[in-house]
Design a binder for this molecule. Structure first.
Ligand code: UD1
Length: 429
């Protein structure tokens, strides 16, 4: 097995602020689809081919976990992967692999569907909140799995196999929906997921399962119906563009007052976000091959937002949007409804001159005229990139430490930014 990754644990990023972004940025494949899609290879003994897989640390972590189960992994190019789970030799997901990435919990549904048993480490704490997996567990229990928690592991088995039923999620959960989809495609009878996640990645994931032979209706709506089948087959599948990466570069373009074509970006995957930017004075024009972003007016208007499950404003763009609002001509509020601890970028932005106060789950942002470069510490993936964006527009030099968070979700970020005129470099600490 060959990995083409070099993700520096001990690296930082130096950004010289004040350079406009102009040109084109090619959007990579969506991390949040690649992860469940690769896990779905466990559901079949046939070969799966994945195209447009982003070259990211999170993908590497997941592949290392799949290799523990006996999945054979071959790169057929930097973004094309062939996976074969012909022989599953273990249904145990060890702590050392799962702790690196919460999305590893996705293997629970797939392993129990394929093997009838699964032992998966609890993902544990996460920087952006408690992020339980209780809804995943409860849904599998409703489908007939016996589940216990022992020594930090979820131990699941189904002596008689899983049986379809109605499952109502009390809150929308993206990986919860994907996990139970994988359990349900090979279960006996019909499963209905009520209050299911409607994110484009979930819809595309259903499309992948359908290509493998699953019977699924209602993908992209809040009720997904799955009729279990006896087996699934291999297929070829292309990962959709990463809407969060696209939204991130849209904000980087807006704050630097540049003009960038986000190549491959699908406008309809980010409608509420682009509409908000539009209100803020940023044009986001749908083009044949992407979305063109530029500032329509000299000032950035303050526009308040609340994060919400799709089709609402994505929580994964909240930190980046906070940087935009920190430079707006007035005050706005930003309410984080999905995760309880997702404002860790704010104290760091304050060190760069932003005027933001936190009141519970709402941040009140008073726009300032400029940000100034500083040494800042990245705490999670989206917080990290928000600091990079702040550095692009800040006066002077910004150093972002703990770069490994960025490499979890942004492929070739410095190349993409520098290609458009930024001055960004990575250095070893
Ligand atoms: C996914 C995305 C992540 C995004 C998030 C929300 C992937 C790999 N990650 O994360 O980038 O920020 O959706 O759009 O796709 N919850 C529970 N119990 C559960 C499951 C969830 O209480 O069993 C809560 C969570 O704590 C959170 C909310 O539900 O408050 C939504 O979480 P969820 O949609 O599950 O997030 P992830 O799937 O982990």
């Amino acid at each position: 097995m060959v990995f083409f990754f070099m993700f520096g644990m001990l690296q930082g990023m130096r950004i010289v602020g004040g350079n406009q972004l102009n040109g084109e940025i090619e959007i990579s494949g969506a991390k949040n689809l690649a992860l469940p899609a690769l896990v779905a290879s466990i559901l079949t003994s046939d070969k799966m081919i994945y195209k447009n897989v982003p070259n990211l640390a999170d993908v590497k972590s997941l592949l290392e976990l799949l290799a523990c189960f006996g999945t054979e992994i071959n790169y057929e190019g930097i973004h094309t992967l062939a996976l074969s789970s012909r022989n599953i030799k273990s249904a145990i997901a060890p702590y050392d692999f799962v702790r690196k990435m919460r999305a590893s919990i996705l293997v629970l549904g797939a392993l129990i569907a394929r093997c009838g048993i699964a032992t998966v480490s609890l993902p544990g704490g996460c920087a952006i909140g408690t992020r339980g997996v209780d809804l995943h567990i409860r849904a599998l229990e409703l489908m007939g799995a016996d589940i216990s928690i022992e020594n930090g592991y979820i131990k699941a088995n189904t002596a008689k196999g899983l049986t379809g039923c109605d499952i109502t999620f009390p809150v929308v959960t993206v990986t919860g929906t994907e996990n139970i989809l994988m359990a349900a495609v090979l279960a006996r009878g019909t499963t209905r997921l009520i209050n299911a996640a409607m994110e484009p990645e979930v819809e595309a994931f259903c499309e992948l399962l359908r290509k493998m032979g699953a019977k699924i209706t209602g993908a992209g709506t809040s009720v997904i119906t799955i009729e279990g089948v006896n087996e699934l087959c291999g297929t070829e599948f292309e990962i959709i563009p990463d809407r969060i990466e696209a939204g991130t570069y849209a904000i980087a373009t807006a704050v630097t007052n540049g003009q960038v074509l986000l190549k491959n970006c699908k406008y309809e995957h980010l409608t509420s976000f682009f509409e908000t930017l539009n209100l803020a004075g940023i044009s986001c024009e749908k083009k044949e091959n992407g979305v063109l972003v530029y500032r329509r007016e000299a000032d950035i208007h303050p526009i308040s937002i609340q994060t919400a499950p799709y089709p609402g404003f994505p929580t994964d763009l909240q930190a980046q949007y906070t940087v935009l609002m920190s430079l707006a001509n007035g005050s706005s509020s930003i309410t984080e409804n999905i995760f309880e601890n997702r404002f860790m970028h704010i104290p760091e932005l304050a060190r760069m001159g932003a005027d933001i106060t936190i009141h519970g789950k709402t941040a009140v942002v008073n726009g300032v005229e400029k940000l100034t470069g500083a040494q800042v510490m990245a705490t999670d993936l989206r917080a990290s990139v928000s600091l990079v964006i702040a550095g692009l527009v800040a006066e002077g030099e910004t150093i972002v430490n703990r770069l490994y968070h960025l490499d979890r979700g942004y492929e070739n970020i410095e190349e993409k930014l520098n290609h458009c005129g930024a001055k960004v470099e990575r250095f070893d600490v």
